[in-house]
Design a protein. Sequence first.
Length: 398
Amino acid sequence: MTKHLRTALLCTAFGLASGWGAGAGGAQAATIKVGVIAPFSGPFAMVGKTFKEAIAVYQAEHGTTVGADTVEFVFKDLDQANPAQSKALAQELIVKEKVGYLAGFFFTPDALAVAPLIDEANIPAVIFNAATSAITEKSPRYVRTSFTLWQNTVPLAEHMAKQGIKKVVTAVSDYGPGIDGETAFKATFEKAGGSVVDTIRMPLKSNDFAPFMQRIKDSGAEAIYAFLPAGPTTLAFAKAFADNGLKDKGIRFFGPGDITQEPDLPALGDAALGITTTFNYSQSHDSAKNKAFLAKHKELFGSSDTVTFTSVGAYDGAHVIYTMIQKTGGKSDGAKAVDAVKGMSWESPRGPLTINPDSRHVTQTIYLRVVEKVDGKLQNVEKAAFADQPDYGYKVGK
Ligand code: PHB
């Protein structure tokens, strides 16, 4: 099939099926659907649950209507990084479910896979997590409310150099965000006078980390910088670090905060104590907005113990989608919807956010945190704040 024909078919299907808002005039009440693609089953099922719950908190606070239009979220399960399946689900959401917006996306490859579709269908995709810088360069329809590896890693590498640390080994999952983390760390840390003595890339699906632990020991590094996608993977890696004696040997453990997300801390136990991370959200962040967010979550779901960075990615993503709908009067124009939120600023449970008009990624405060026990509970305790951090990786080298 030629590209032209494929485009024509998609447009026809989209045109016939389109359930966008109230149509050209915006006068009639309509239901605007938002398709959320995320893991709801398998090892990363927790992510989908945090997205869904955070959206429910947002809708409990703000209602389910914007103007005359009702906003309905439709959830699709994608249990792992699987770009072909992500594209198929996005197509189904656009053509059959008639969604006006796409959202979610935990894994980078799943977010990247929908770029041609959102361009062709002129639909915004609001990314709640996937954190490789290049994603928002692939389509002008992407807006991202999470973080990037560059954004978290630059302040961390600078902090480590200031601590007098000289020799570090990096250990990352071998795909988009891991490579970004490694690149950002090496560039920043070496510029600040440190040296990266080994760069370890681990297959995304590894669960036996003992050989990598041996390599870290052999490298002679004083500290590690580690990134793996949050969930069972990070848990197994952090446990292996302690179980293989690296912690006892005095090797210091640093990384973006994916490695110590709050829902994993009870299972990590004392092995997590002292791990130092940079991240955009900590459950213990001390602000009225965060306290209100956690309280509402607890009221709706009985506990706020599972609230984590994916929760705020989705909560703020819902806010962006509501704003897009409000500012475009529910009209069917993805380009206008994205334009409407460029430069938008608001207060999130994590702190102040602004959508950078060029990168369409959130500029935000990145916090330096250390895992400590507070009143018997392991927490990421904030020690310093780096305000107004952009996506340092946007168009790097281009
Ligand atoms: C990603 O694939 O972009 C990703 C997944 C999990 C994380 C961070 C980034 O914790």
